[in-house]
Structure formats: C-alpha cells, structure tokens
Design a protein around this ligand. Structure first.
Ligand SMILES: [Zn+2]
Length: 63
C-alpha cells in the first residue's frame, strides 16, 4: 500500500496499490496479470504493446 494513488499505465484505473516501473505506474492487478498470463491470451498482446511503449518512452527520456 502506497501513500498516494496513481493511474495505472495499463488499465487506467486509479489505485494506491502499484509498482513503479520504467517511470510509469502499474497497479498490482495488472502486475500479477502480466506474470500469470499465457502468451495466447489476448490480454497478453495488449500488455506486450503497452510494455513496448513504456520502454520506448523510457529510452527516449534517458538516452
Ligand atoms: Zn492496472
């Protein structure tokens, strides 16, 4: 549990349970989703795209 609430980068929900990754926030729900999803799951493709986007933004911000 964190002090402030954030908007999850993946699902856009407001939550105070999150992790900070690549300067973005991901809620606990999405985080456990990411670690348990099978690659054939349609959500997996979505998370994959979002993660790529996060990396892209991160690498641009910190060349
Ligand atoms: Zn989320």
């Amino acid at each position: 549990m964190n002090q402030r609430s954030i908007t999850c980068y993946m699902c856009k929900k407001n939550t105070s349970d999150y992790i900070n990754i690549l300067n973005e926030y991901i809620c606990d729900e999405c985080e456990s989703d990411i670690s348990t999803l099978q690659s054939e799951d349609i959500k997996y493709a979505y998370y994959n795209i979002m993660l790529k986007e996060m990396w892209h933004k991160f690498l641009i911000a910190y060349p």
